[in-house]
Design a protein. Structure first.
Length: 190
């Protein structure tokens, strides 16, 4: 009887260990955040963050038990025009120091389909933290053909209001709403 209980206990522990989320780290060379906003109704302006770091605790068997944490320097923003970048970093908008970061930490994941989910989390931007919701999709989870290790790719979108983060200069002429598109790849940690 005692041996049966021990064997059952070990089996439960083994199954629990297999079901835990595994750590993946972002592939900085294949992860981007692109944002866009309307300029006076004449055009759509774009910017991007790339080369950022973060990690995902990914549970393929129970995706709602997964989590994501990402951080990037505000000054790593790419706008394609130096004068626009300089203005965005000025006191009119971010007044960003060299070490100021944008951070996202998930607080919950709700499955909405076989490969889709709603990721709720806290976004810290410009010294203000607000909840945001990402509409996410798992693109692929498989062995990487060149790296020969487990890899995962995700896309997500959200809409932010600049005014929620204190960077609302010129609104509503320059749209308060900013569309955000995210595409990331992550590799299983060693």
């Amino acid at each position: 009887m005692k041996t049966a209980l021990i064997a059952t206990g070990l089996s439960v522990l083994a199954l629990s260990a297999q079901a835990e989320a595994e750590k993946y780290v972002l592939d900085s060379s294949h992860s981007q955040i692109v944002f866009s906003y309307q300029h006076l109704g004449f055009s759509t302006s774009y910017g991007m963050f790339s080369g950022f770091e973060g990690d995902i605790l990914f549970d393929q068997e129970n995706p709602s038990a997964s989590s994501v944490n990402v951080a990037m320097p505000v000054k790593s923003m790419i706008t394609g025009w130096q004068a626009r970048f300089d203005h965005l970093m000025s006191p009119d908008f971010f007044a960003a120091s060299d070490d100021e970061m944008v951070r996202f930490s998930s607080t919950g994941i709700e499955l909405t389909g076989e490969t889709t989910a709603r990721i709720t989390g806290d976004l810290e931007l410009n010294g203000i933290t607000k909840p945001v919701v990402l509409e996410a999709r798992l693109n692929k989870a498989a062995a990487h053909p060149m790296a020969k290790k487990d890899w995962a790719g995700f896309d997500a979108t959200t809409m932010l209001k600049r005014s929620d983060f204190g960077v609302d200069m010129f609104a509503p002429f320059v749209s308060d709403e900013v569309e955000v598109m995210i595409s990331i790849e992550a590799m299983k940690a060693e």
